[in-house]
Structures are given as C-alpha cells and as structure tokens.
Ligand binder design. Structure first.
Ligand SMILES: C[S@@+](CC[C@H](N)C(=O)[O-])C[C@H]1O[C@@H](n2cnc3c(N)ncnc32)[C@H](O)[C@@H]1O
Length: 223
C-alpha cells in the first residue's frame, strides 16, 4: 500500500510527517525536536555517556523515519565516540524528506547539514568525523540480524495503537539480547503493558517524567 505522508508543524516550530491513513505522526505534536532531544539525546545518549564517560557507545535506533534523531545524535557533543546504526523498514523518499524544515530550523557548526545527512547512502558505514560513525539499514526490526551488541537502543516504533505487534514481549526480548550488559533501552512510550514486557524479559525499568505533552516515558537497563 502506498501511504500518503503530509507535513505537520509541531509546537516548537520543527516539522514532522503524518501518515494520513493511520492518523499517525513520526513525532509528538508538542515538538518533534523537543521530544527527540528530551527522550533520546538527554535520557538516552547523555545518560549512558555520563555513566561511561571514557567508553565509545554503540547505538541502535529502531525506526530511522525522518532521520531527526540520528541527526541530533550526530550534532550531540559526545565526550567519546559513537557508532550509530539506524534501521528502517519503509524508508521515506527524498521528496518526502524535503517536506521537513530541519535544514532551516536546526543549525550547527558541524559540517553536515540535515539535507546532506539525509542523502547518505544506505547499507554503508559513514565516518562523519573522528567521533561519529553512522550506518542506516533498510530492514524490518523483526528480521534484523547482527553479531554486534549495542550499548543503547532508541526504540522509536509508531505507537502501540498503530503497531501493537512491535511492543510485544518477544521484541523486548530481542532488544534485551541485542544489548551489552548494562545496556540501556529508551523510548517515548509509557504504556504499562510495555513496561511489564520489559520487566518480564529481565530489564530493570524506570518511569521517567516525559517530554512536553506526555506525563511519562520509559527507560530500561539490562542488569
Ligand atoms: C515513530 S516513527 C520514527 C521516527 C524517527 N525516529 C524520526 O526521528 O523521524 C516509526 C518508524 O518506524 C518504522 N517502522 C515501522 N515498522 C517497522 C519495522 N517492523 N521495522 C523497522 N522499522 C519500522 C516506520 O516506517 C517509521 O519510520
């Protein structure tokens, strides 16, 4: 099925995409950039790097989507190196990515603009600077196979109302198995059934205050 995606402006001025057929957006209406920074950069990347300041960090993002979270991770001033892998089952076209305003509203002294970052080829590792290696892969999470283990998983599937199957215990177990000991799983999701599924497969789970518009979010550590 060909899905129509339209641009939506969120409350912090950054845009996101909406899949009309599912009434589902790629980010929160309360701020695409704000949510991404709050949940994944601050509660994920910064949290992990503060606990492990001298270690390089391998990140897996489940659901590359627009590339916003990947790009914000590239812009993050990391004290040590980051090896970042993003997976996506249904990549957006360049025309859809052009609908987004991130090149205008996100500026940085780092060399790659959002536009350039979005055009990086799939299935290849890109060494963007001494501290950031980036790979995006077109694959279903359910079929994703790797020998690599990760320190951090950004679990950014669509909500459980739209994609309930991706929040079930078997996929939380897959996340657990993909992480190194002390690895961290983080998501905007705060659903009780997801929290219980994470606990059931062995994670220690925290409920944290959520980004604007959301009371809570989840972070889980592989103990
Ligand atoms: C909430 S959006 C992710 C937003 C993204 N992180 C960003 O910054 O734009 C969810 C993404 O998961 C992708 N997706 C859905 N099912 C998937 C699956 N089974 N495996 C991998 N990706 C999937 C969707 O196509 C969509 O891009």
């Amino acid at each position: 099925m060909k899905l129509d995606r339209t641009q939506v402006l969120t409350k912090d001025g950054s845009s996101t995409l909406k899949i009309e057929a599912f009434k589902e957006t790629y980010h929160s209406h309360h701020g695409a950039r704000t949510e991404s920074e709050f949940v994944y950069i601050e509660r994920g990347l910064r949290f992990w790097q503060e606990a492990n300041p001298h270690l390089s960090c391998s990140v897996l993002e489940m659901g590359y989507g627009t590339g916003l979270i990947s790009y914000l991770s590239y812009l993050y001033h990391a004290p040590s190196s980051i090896n970042y892998t993003a997976i996506e089952a249904y990549p957006l076209s360049q025309n859809e990515i052009k609908l987004l305003n991130y090149s205008q509203c996100i500026t940085s002294e780092k060399p790659h603009t959002f536009d350039e970052f979005s055009k990086l080829s799939w299935e290849q590792q890109h060494k963007l600077n001494a501290n950031f290696n980036f790979t995006k892969r077109e694959v279903l999470f359910e079929q994703f196979k790797t020998k690599q283990l990760f320190d951090l998983i950004f679990y950014d599937a669509f909500g459980a109302h739209a994609q309930p199957e991706l929040w079930e215990e078997q996929w939380m177990k897959k996340c657990f198995d993909l992480l190194n000991p002390k690895g961290v799983w983080v998501s905007y999701c705060a659903k009780g059934s997801v929290r219980r599924a994470l606990q059931a497969v062995g994670f220690e789970v925290e409920r944290l205050p959520g980004p604007p518009g959301k009371r809570e979010m989840l972070r889980a550590v592989k103990t």
